[in-house]
Ligand binder design. Structure first.
Ligand code: HBI
Ligand code: FE
Length: 291
């Protein structure tokens, strides 16, 4: 989406900011059952894997009431904690709409939930990915500030036509980020924490590289949207992540226009190496080969 093309019009039934009513009454029992199945699977797995901020947020929002949570109920507590709200959208929204919501502390969550035969993998973020995966971290004040700073930065990046660099930052932190703790690596990325298989792969599999987070290095690294990541980046703290976005991006964007991408499966000079991966999973053909 370049800066000058008009924003696509919202789908029928959606407001001009692409939000829709969650219409919580309209969920069927089988849709609620899918949420409960996914929720119970993940919460068995995540203690000792997800970071404390995530686990604390999950409790604070009381998401274990069984069934798809009502956004208006979540928002009472979420607003009180960090001023964030969850708003329902039909699915992926255009980048500039997405950034505008984040910049105003509104997280756009898909209203739909995956089908029972899609439990383990889906391309588009559904309510489980968005609300279970992303929202608990928004109860942490530092991460809440990071997400708003990301939204504000996104609106600037759009203007420069360098969105792809910033999308990588989102991907390797908000979606697939790992955190270094005294007990070992922990997950904070929504794409990992909402996936049973990747919650295990990202921490335990010898295949992917695990490298120290460096903002500019991450912004030069392409990513995969169709399978487990071949590299995960590790932050030393949520504060360090927030601080990385508070610097002036202008010189960074300038350098990025001259810097070549870094291949997804290599180590680069200066990388802090937590795991030098075998890349065996990707070389064996990944998800499709092991299906
Ligand atoms: N829309 N609803 C929704 N959820 C996302 O995570 C999302 C999006 N639109 C764009 C987008 N993510 C990515 O391009 C971000 O990197 C900006
Ligand atoms: Fe997401």
């Amino acid at each position: 989406m370049s800066a000058d093309s008009p924003t696509p019009t919202p789908p029928p039934g959606a407001r001009s900011d692409w939000t829709i009513d969650q219409d919580w009454q309209a969920y069927s029992q089988s849709e609620h059952d899918v949420w409960t199945t996914l929720y119970e699977r993940q919460t068995k797995l995540l203690p000792g894997r997800a970071c404390n901020a995530f686990l604390k947020g999950l409790d604070a929002l009381d998401l274990h009431r069984g069934g798809i949570p009502e956004f208006s109920r979540i928002n009472e507590e979420l607003n009180r904690l960090t001023g964030w709200s969850v708003v329902a959208v039909p699915g992926l929204v255009p980048d500039e709409v997405f950034f505008e919501h984040l910049a105003n502390r509104r997280f756009p969550a898909g209203r739909f939930i995956r089908k029972p035969d899609e439990l383990d993998y889906l391309q588009e973020p559904d309510v489980f990915h968005d609300v279970f995966g992303h929202v608990p971290m928004l109860t942490d004040p530092t991460f809440a500030d990071y997400m708003q700073a990301y939204g504000q930065g996104g609106m600037r990046a759009l203007g420069r036509g360098q969105l792809h660099n910033l999308a990588r930052l989102y991907w390797y932190t908000v979606e697939f980020g790992l955190l270094e703790t005294s007990e070992g690596l922990r997950i904070y990325g929504a794409g990992i924490v909402s996936s049973r298989a990747e919650s295990i792969f990202a921490l335990n599999d010898p295949s992917p590289n695990r490298l120290g987070f460096d903002l500019e290095r991450v912004m030069r690294t392409p990513y995969r949207i169709d399978d487990f990541q071949q590299v995960y980046f590790v932050i030393p703290s949520l504060k360090a992540l927030l601080n990385a976005t508070l610097q002036d991006f202008e010189p960074i964007y300038q350098r990025l226009t001259q810097a070549p991408d870094i291949d997804i499966d290599v180590m680069a000079p200066g990388d802090r190496v937590f795991t030098c991966g075998t890349q065996a999973y990707a070389m064996a053909g990944g998800r499709l080969a092991s299906a």
